[in-house]
Design a protein around this ligand. Structure first.
Ligand code: HEC
Length: 283
């Protein structure tokens, strides 16, 4: 599209005076920009919006208050359908909650344990060392409860989707009315960011759905941002530490490089600065 517009502009430019040429070039550029920003009709989804996350920079850490709020959104909303089976309660300690808080949270869940002395499995309150139990026993029961669709485990979804956290954020805030002419099958919802645009997940968030103890207004975009930050942490819990170690290693290596360069020059200076002269012994 762009190249055709540019070629057209060039063709016009050759045959008209300067002022008209400038106008033609400007309108071609505007046209090309408009085409570049729109979705091409044959695409099956709108391209994910890329957000400026507070944790995506080279030296930036997760917003831990957002992780804490995000856990609340996951717990109160998403956990009715989605599991985060690779995360244990204890992983929250020191990240978003204190140890006492995590013990209290864990005790609200029941996990299956056993077998006991009679060979029976039994339920007991969860401990911080347990993985966070999901809402369904297995994939079949999850599908049965969701119209045949499987709500995927969210522990690694941020790593498992193109543009990870940008995508999850776009998906959660992207629900709209289906455009005229788009027929949805029963039980499907329109979301332009989901590949194919028909998703089985009903819009999970509504303004004011959770009440944040820290007073943050619980708008859809705020809750989406918080739960996405939480899921980004679930997928990459080592990120803060990794960046810190990276910084330490880079500084140490840089220092090492500077010292070795100095040492090399110091060691080689007698050789590099010597002067060699030759005497003509036949003279
Ligand atoms: C009523 C059940 C339900 C709730 C509540 C729910 N989801 Fe879903 N979710 C689903 C189902 C079903 C799918 C599978 C959609 C499909 O494949 O069409 C899904 C899919 C997803 C996906 C994957 C999309 C993809 O690209 O495959 C993400 C991410 C997601 N949900 C995040 C969330 C978050 C975050 C919350 C909480 C704010 C949430 N969901 C709440 C049912 C739910």
């Amino acid at each position: 599209m762009f190249s055709r517009a540019a070629m057209e502009a060039a063709r016009v430019a050759r045959s008209v005076p300067l002022r008209a040429r400038v106008a033609a070039a400007a309108s071609a550029a505007a046209g090309a920009a408009a085409v570049g920003g729109a979705t091409v009709l044959c695409d099956d989804a709108v391209h994910t919006v890329e957000y400026d996350w507070p944790h995506s920079g080279f030296l930036q850490t997760f917003d831990h208050a957002a992780i804490r709020r995000g856990w609340q959104v996951y717990r109160e909303v998403c956990s009715t359908c989605h599991s985060i089976k690779f995360v244990a309660f204890r992983n929250l300690i020191g990240v978003s909650h204190s140890e006492a808080e995590v013990k209290k949270i864990a005790a609200e869940f029941e996990v299956e344990d056993g077998p006991n002395d009679e060979g029976e499995m039994f339920e007991r309150p969860a401990k911080p060392s347990d993985r966070i139990p999901g809402p369904y026993k297995n994939e079949a029961s999850a599908r049965a409860a969701n119209n045949g669709a499987y709500p995927p485990d969210l522990s690694l979804v941020v790593k498992g989707r193109h543009l990870g956290h940008h995508y999850v954020m776009s998906l959660l805030t992207g629900y709209t009315e289906a455009p005229v002419g788009k027929d949805l099958l029963p039980g499907l919802h329109y979301n332009p960011y989901f590949p194919g645009t028909s998703i089985s997940m009903p819009p999970p968030l509504m303004d004011g759905q959770v009440e944040y103890p820290d007073g943050t207004p619980a708008t859809v975009s705020q809750m989406s941002k918080d739960v996405t930050t939480f899921l980004a942490w679930c997928a990459e819990p080592e990120m803060d530490e990794r960046k810190r170690m990276g910084m330490k290693w880079c500084s140490a290596m840089f220092l090492g490089l500077a010292l070795s360069m100095y040492y090399k020059r110091f060691r080689w200076s007698p050789l590099k600065t010597r002067k060699i002269t030759y005497h003509d012994i036949n003279r």
